[in-house]
Design a protein around this ligand. Structure first.
Ligand code: GRF
Length: 218
């Protein structure tokens, strides 16, 4: 069975969706550890309660990004994971770190990339007046919130939405697509070709793209 290490910085709801899927057998991976750069990350408690080993690598204790990344890599490699899963991990990573885990590190981002990389994606989506918003799981490359796209889910932006309501609608989809992306990895179905991701047995991927929550046009 493939093993994964999950990196978090806060709430950890995506981590929780992965733990739940691993626990109920729908995600055939062993979650070797949950690592956080913040000692107070709420997700650490959730992981601990589920019996998952946790480690804190507090970035404030390191003089620069490189030394923090080196400590984080050491902590990750102690568990020899097949895949590193960034789940709300709020640190920009050095190129060396990204290259070390090339093709075996995923991130989830709350927008339909390449739209709205960076922070405050829901606010920016509302400001731009987009009608469709969503989330993306991608392999991590040195460019922030960029990299080969594995799966996306779309949600409508509806009248009266504010940042919180839109975030909640997107988050529900995040919890659906992240376990799916990791499952594809675990099943050996993901292949990188010319900087794009191929999913063996593409029908499943296409089906996942069509969010059931899209409204009918009027
Ligand atoms: C999610 O919206 C994720 O897409 C983004 O950070 C948020 C983390 O939420 N990268 P959680 O910690 O998984 O609840």
């Amino acid at each position: 069975m493939k093993s994964i290490v999950i990196l978090i910085s806060g709430r950890g709801s995506n981590m929780q969706s992965l733990l739940a899927a691993a626990a109920d057998g729908s995600l055939p991976v062993c979650v070797a550890a949950v690592l956080s750069n913040r000692p107070g990350a709420a997700g650490l408690e959730t992981a601990g309660a589920a019996g998952i080993p946790t480690r804190v690598i507090d970035h404030t204790l390191y003089p620069d990004r490189e030394s923090f990344d080196a400590a984080m890599a050491e902590a990750i490699d102690a568990f020899s994971p097949d895949l590193v899963v960034l789940a709300g991990f709020m640190r920009i990573l050095s190129n060396g770190f990204v290259e070390r885990y090339a093709g075996r590190m995923m991130n989830i981002h709350p927008s339909l990339l390449p739209m709205f990389p960076g922070l405050h994606t829901h606010r920016r989506a509302l400001e731009e007046g987009v009608r469709i918003h969503g989330c993306t799981v991608h392999f991590v490359t040195p460019t922030l919130d960029h990299g080969p796209i594995i799966i996306q889910a779309a949600v409508p932006v509806v009248a009266g939405d504010d940042e919180a309501s839109l975030a909640a609608r997107v988050l529900a989809q995040e919890h659906r697509i992240y376990p799916q992306a990791v499952r594809w990895f675990a099943d050996g179905r993901l292949r990188l070709l010319d900087g794009r991701v191929e999913v063996a047995g593409r029908q499943a991927a296409d089906a996942a793209l069509l969010s059931p929550t899209l409204p009918e046009s009027d």
